[in-house]
Design a protein around this ligand. Structure first.
Ligand code: FAD
Length: 517
């Protein structure tokens, strides 16, 4: 069965010379259609290189269909209990190339920390093929498995193993188990995974930062604003560090992007990869998987940014920490987060197949989420605080035409209710005075806007009433030498081109600050 089209095959063929040692797929199948597709796909890939072989052994895995990517003599074991298409196709290709000897591209200090792990680690990651956050986690743990044979990784497509997902109560993707225990859910960077695995290796991560020379400019945040600032600085020959906890930022949370001028259509994960590729073309010190926790300025103007147990210094800093999902702030929201309460419809929608869900918020994101979910869930109720939904006309029209979507307006959610392990209902108040009501749902998708990621700054720089960094028209903040750009600032309109432009402004201002001494 041909599963991959000619275009994909051609793209894969062009990568085959990067495989420099034998790779074996050990595959276990059953009589499900997914097994036939997996068989077909692996056969197509193996036909592209004489270094790739397929060995069928139905007893090799408990989950069928499954296959393990290995290279004889290396101890590498990356298993997909999935037909890794959709967002996971890139994860599959990377795992294949890396098992075949292509170097793992991770920050050197992360590589050292992973290699220093001395105990066996068995990771299982539950994903959906539509989850944009999953590949980052999958690819990070896969890379760890390539670097250290004591680490093994199995990637499980929840939609193929519904009983297992139900019994483990997996209601968010990715969900990662380590040695049988829940490690975490949602996006997780290498540093967090390493810290959970081995305290010694986590120490190695911090000490890897300690030997960094002071930077001329340190950029905090690796979204469009931060990457743009770093590229502008590097092009001026400035020694630049670019730190962050998720390369690409919010663009990872969306699919179609059609207003990035000169790029008529792209997708979030592709744009995130393109941002990285652009930054990597320059002499920028990219430090992944770190979260800034504070900033201080010494009397001589030296700026120190604290990053967990470590710190970096610079003559100027660009803050580009963007924004994150706004929470409802009602009882039950935190308790049931990832147990039915979620902020990512693309990621977690498939886990609610045939179920009743609520989308909180009737703006563009909420209505788009409702339309997406209507294709999977049994029924979707949109709860909007205002008397009307405020989405674009075309979206509202499509929503009105969908028999699977109901809208409740003028409603304020007051509580998320559950049975201790998962969401069962929400309670809301009719703001027009009609009292309260309860709506039985299995999932709650919160889409009520964004809040700036500025809590870590404390009172170091001036923030406005919404927590946004106050900047002037050159991106300068209230702290000398500290500039800011993008969604974390009080600049109007939160869009990619605007964040990128502001990143350039902040970079040029930081450069001017250095030049003037
Ligand atoms: P972000 O993209 O938020 O990046 C900030 C980065 O900093 C993140 O990686 C974050 O994890 C990191 N960070 C945060 N705190 C810290 C810390 N303490 N230490 C280290 N790192 C930290 N815009 C468009 O133009 N077109 C669209 O079609 C579009 N669609 C969108 C769809 C969705 C679902 C969403 C959520 C946004 C969309 N946007 C769109 C908006 C756009 O993504 C943002 O305006 C843009 O990403 C802002 O860039 P930024 O660099 O300022 O911040």
């Amino acid at each position: 069965m041909a599963v991959l089209d000619e275009k994909l095959i051609d793209q894969l063929r062009a990568l085959m010379d990067r495989i420099t040692r034998p790779v074996e797929f050990v595959v276990s199948l059953d009589d499900r259609s997914a097994s036939a597709r997996l068989d077909g796909m692996l056969g197509q890939v193996a036909a592209l290189s004489e270094r790739i072989s397929v060995r069928r052994d139905d007893d090799a895995h408990e989950r069928r269909p499954s296959f393990t990517i290995t290279s004889p003599g290396t101890g590498i074991a990356i298993t997909f209990a999935a037909v890794p298409l959709g967002h996971e196709f890139t994860s599959f290709v990377l795992a294949l190339l890396q098992a075949g000897g292509n170097p793992v591209k991770l920050d050197e200090r992360v590589v050292e920390a992973v290699r220093s792990i001395r105990t066996e680690q068995e990771f299982v990651t539950y994903i959906s093929l539509t989850c944009q956050n999953c590949p980052t986690v999958v690819q990070t743990i896969n890379a760890m498995a390539v670097l250290n044979p004591l680490i093994r990784h199995t990637v499980v497509d929840g939609s193929l193993f519904r009983d297992e997902v139900e019994s483990r109560n997996v209601l968010a993707t990715p969900t990662v188990y380590r040695n049988g225990e829940l490690l975490g859910q949602g996006r997780m960077e290498a540093a967090r995974i390493i810290a959970a695995v081995d305290a010694g290796a986590a120490g190695a991560l911090d000490s890897g930062l300690a030997d960094r020379e002071p930077y001329q400019v340190l950029v905090i945040g690796q979204g469009p604003a931060g990457v743009s600032a770093a590229v502008y600085l590097a092009r001026k020959g400035i020694r630049t560090g670019l730190v962050g906890d998720r390369f690409g930022g919010q663009v990872n949370d969306t699919l179609a992007i059609e207003n990035l001028i000169s790029v008529p259509h792209t997708e979030g994960p592709k744009l995130a990869a393109d941002l990285r590729a652009h930054a990597e073309q320059y002499d920028i010190d990219i430090i992944d998987g770190v979260t800034a926790s504070g900033i201080d300025r010494a009397d001589d103007g030296t700026l120190t940014v604290r990053l967990g147990g470590a710190a970096l210094t610079a003559r100027a800093v660009v803050l580009a920490t963007g924004a994150g999902w706004r929470h409802m702030g009602v009882p039950g929201e935190d308790e049931y987060r990832n147990k039915g309460v979620t902020y990512c419809p693309h990621c977690d929608g498939p886990l609610f197949k045939g179920k009743d869900v609520a989308v909180i918020g009737g703006g563009n994101s909420g209505v788009e989420a409702a339309l997406d979910l209507a294709g999977v869930a049994r029924h979707v109720t949109v709860i909007e605080f205002m008397p009307e939904c405020r989405a674009d006309e075309i979206l509202l029209r499509r929503m009105a035409e969908s028999p699977a979507i109901d809208v409740v307006t003028n409603a304020a959610v007051t509580e998320v209710l559950g049975d201790g392990s998962r969401v069962r209902a929400i309670r809301y108040e009719d703001r027009a005075g009609g009292g309260g009501a309860e709506l039985g749902v299995d999932g709650v998708f919160v889409q009520i806007g964004q809040v700036p990621n500025t809590g870590w700054l404390g009172e170091a720089v001036e923030l406005d009433g919404r927590g946004q960094v106050v900047v002037d028209d050159k991106g300068a903040t209230s702290m000398p030498g500290v500039f800011a750009a993008g969604d974390c600032t009080d600049a109007p309109y939160k869009q990619i081109v605007i964040a990128s432009g502001a990143g350039a402004t902040a970079a040029l201002s930081a450069w001017e600050h250095l030049v003037r001494g």
